[in-house]
Design a protein around this ligand. Structure first.
Ligand SMILES: Nc1ncnc2c1ncn2[C@@H]1O[C@H](COP(=O)(O)OP(=O)(O)O)[C@@H](O)[C@H]1O
Ligand SMILES: [Mg+2]
Length: 255
């Protein structure tokens, strides 16, 4: 029997709240330009916040996170033309390649893994429609965790991704507008980023500082907040964006 398409696989991540198996399936549809708009907005956000990321990484790391991320987003923008004609899965994979090749440090391969794993659950047949968007982001989270082995509370970018993925998974059970949902998501990501201030780093360079890492916001959690914020903003502005909550088609078997 042929293996199921990755988009149909069940993905489970420790720390993420999972829906019931018979929960209604949610579909987020968007225009083909969503990813391009998201990445352009992320480029602007990184450039605008490069010094902040540098300062944060200077306090508990080696001060290169701003420059690392700027190199990454600039490389993506240089190759933006190639992204235009590609399907969504290919776009995500190309972004992964650019980030892995250019960002460097610990965060480069981790961001690369995020986009690579996200690309694997997007069906090539649904270029403009991400069936179960939460699954896509969760796959990205799994890529980061699979490579870096961070868990919640380790003071890393994972501390932003976990609550955001949980929020995306929750949309299937809620009756709120996309605008409300995305605005909530931004607040959740921001609170998660700030929650890293009180954590002691257990992964990455900051972990060498032990208790002295407490009291500083994690730079990778901050760049991940910017990624999640720009995604929510791009999706809110997308004229084709819709959220369809479908009723479960699960039927009881009559004995
Ligand atoms: N094992 C890990 N899992 C998840 N994120 C990590 C891990 N190690 C480091 N990070 C993230 O990477 C960020 C540092 O990135 P960067 O400064 O670019 O790399 P480096 O630490 O090599 O200089 C940290 O703030 C943290 O969020
Ligand atoms: Mg660094």
């Amino acid at each position: 029997m042929a293996a199921p398409h990755p988009a149909t696989r069940q993905v489970k991540t420790p720390g993420v709240t999972h829906n019931e198996t018979n929960a209604p399936q949610n579909t987020l549809a968007s225009s083909p330009t969503l990813l391009l708009n998201w990445i352009s907005a992320y480029h602007k956000a990184i450039v605008a916040n490069e010094h902040w990321l540098t300062e944060l990484d200077s306090a508990i790391g080696d001060g290169d996170h701003g420059a690392n991320m700027r190199r990454g987003v600039e490389r993506i923008m240089e190759h933006r033309g190639d992204l235009k004609g590609a399907d969504l899965s290919t776009q995500l994979r190309m972004i992964s390649g650019h980030l892995t090749a250019s960002v460097g440090g610990a965060s480069g391969p981790l961001y690369g893994a995020f986009f690579l794993h996200a690309s694997c659950v997007v069906s090539p047949r649904h270029e403009t429609r991400i069936r179960n968007f939460a699954t896509c982001l969760e796959a990205g989270l799994q890529g980061v965790v699979g490579l870096g082995h961070a868990v919640a509370g380790d003071k890393t970018m994972v501390d932003v991704l976990i609550p955001v993925v949980t929020a995306y998974k929750s949309i299937v059970r809620r009756h709120i507008s996309p605008a409300q949902f995305f605005s909530e998501t931004i607040q959740i990501a921001e609170a998660a980023m700030k929650s890293t201030i009180s954590m002691q780093a257990r992964k990455g360079r900051a972990s060498y500082l032990g208790a002295r890492s407490i009291g500083h916001q994690d730079p990778g959690a901050t760049s991940m907040f910017l990624l999640m914020r720009t995604l929510a903003e791009a999706a809110t502005k997308d004229p084709a964006f819709t959220v369809q909550t479908q009723k479960s088609t699960t039927r009881k078997l009559i004995p």
